[in-house]
Design a binder for this molecule. Structure first.
Ligand SMILES: Nc1ncnc2c1ncn2[C@@H]1O[C@H](COP(=O)(O)OP(=O)(O)O)[C@@H](O)[C@H]1O
Ligand SMILES: O=C(O)C1=C[C@@H](OP(=O)(O)O)[C@@H](O)[C@H](O)C1
Length: 283
């Protein structure tokens, strides 16, 4: 049971509305504007599997109060949820409720490699009826189908970054998209200029969990983490720490921050990060 809870917790980060606090009918995203500021509230709820199976018995809910576009992302507060709910229905209802408030703005998901940008982005886009784009994939297409790893190896990182900026530039004139950005997209200020045309959400996941996820799938598609030998977890952890030190402030430019660590704490889970999982507090 513990393992199931741990996995579920990690697998689901949803954006949600302020309204859910008063009327907890489900996860997704709501935008409130006040005096030129935008406030987002986000919900982190249960597991991806329950999109099919659909019933979850543990009360779970979180909201994130977010800043306006020019103020760094703020943190989470938690609320509780009904004992039993059908996540697929909640998601559908909530998407319909909040979609008009988005005014067709794009949602940019930022965060370190392995934070779940692609996984969450796909689900979010489906729920909202938005199109999904993975900026890495668009870069690969722009460079004639060359993979990210090949682009780094053949042309170097700055060539990759130039293409990344160009992709974000193009996307910035579009609407109704959820975009999973590359982990390093935040480092160039010009990229923020483009992403600020929409709403940016930072998935903030502890390094241990990132390293564990990446070690599990391998580093072949992530050239900045790739090492031919050595312990994959330890190497990924070390590289990710360095990158996070360099980028931490840049991620904080996002309109909203979803912190897995805070979520776990608010839900009464103690993080057991040695294995990248969150275990329920005893007693
Ligand atoms: N919330 C989560 N909990 C546990 N594993 C996750 C979660 N989100 C993604 N993963 C796994 O982590 C790996 C990286 O996820 P991905 O969505 O590709 O991250 P990113 O796009 O941020 O690099 C994948 O194997 C994915 O299945
Ligand atoms: O953090 C980074 O600098 C990078 C992250 C990768 O994207 P993901 O975050 O989707 O893995 C990809 O853009 C490239 O390997 C560089």
């Amino acid at each position: 049971m513990e393992a199931k809870v741990s996995q579920s917790l990690q697998l689901s980060t949803w954006i949600d509305s302020e309204k859910i606090v008063r009327n907890p009918s489900g996860p997704l995203l709501f935008l409130r504007r006040c005096k030129g500021q935008q406030r987002l509230h986000m919900l982190v709820s249960c597991n991806l599997q329950s999109r099919k199976a659909a019933t979850w018995r543990r009360p779970i809910a979180l909201k994130v109060s977010c800043s306006s576009k020019n103020i760094p992302a703020s943190l989470l507060e938690s609320e509780s949820f009904p004992e039993t709910f059908d996540e697929a229905t909640i998601l559908k209802n909530k998407s319909e409720e909040i979609e008009p408030y988005l005014s067709a703005q794009c949602i940019y998901i930022v965060g370190m490699m392995g934070s779940g940008k692609t996984t969450i982005g796909r689900i979010l886009s489906e729920a909202l009826g938005y199109s999904f784009f993975d900026s890495d994939k668009l870069i690969e297409l722009a460079v004639g189908g060359t993979t990210v790893t090949e682009i780094f190896n053949l042309y170097g990182e700055s060539f990759f970054r130039d293409n990344e900026t160009e992709v974000l530039h193009k996307l910035s004139s579009m609407h109704r998209l959820v975009v999973s950005t590359g982990g390093g997209a935040v480092i160039r200020p010009i990229n923020w200029k483009y992403m600020q045309k929409g709403i940016s959400v930072w998935l903030d996941v502890p390094l241990e969990a990132l390293a564990q996820r990446i070690a599990a799938v391998g580093t072949g598609s992530r050239p900045l983490l790739h090492h031919k030998s050595g312990d994959a977890y330890a190497k990924a952890f070390k590289c990710l720490s360095t990158l996070l030190e360099e980028r931490g402030e840049a991620y904080a430019n996002a309109n909203a921050r979803v912190s897995l660590e805070n979520i776990a704490a608010k839900l009464g889970y103690k993080d057991n990060l040695a294995n990248g999982k969150y275990n329920r507090k005893k007693g």
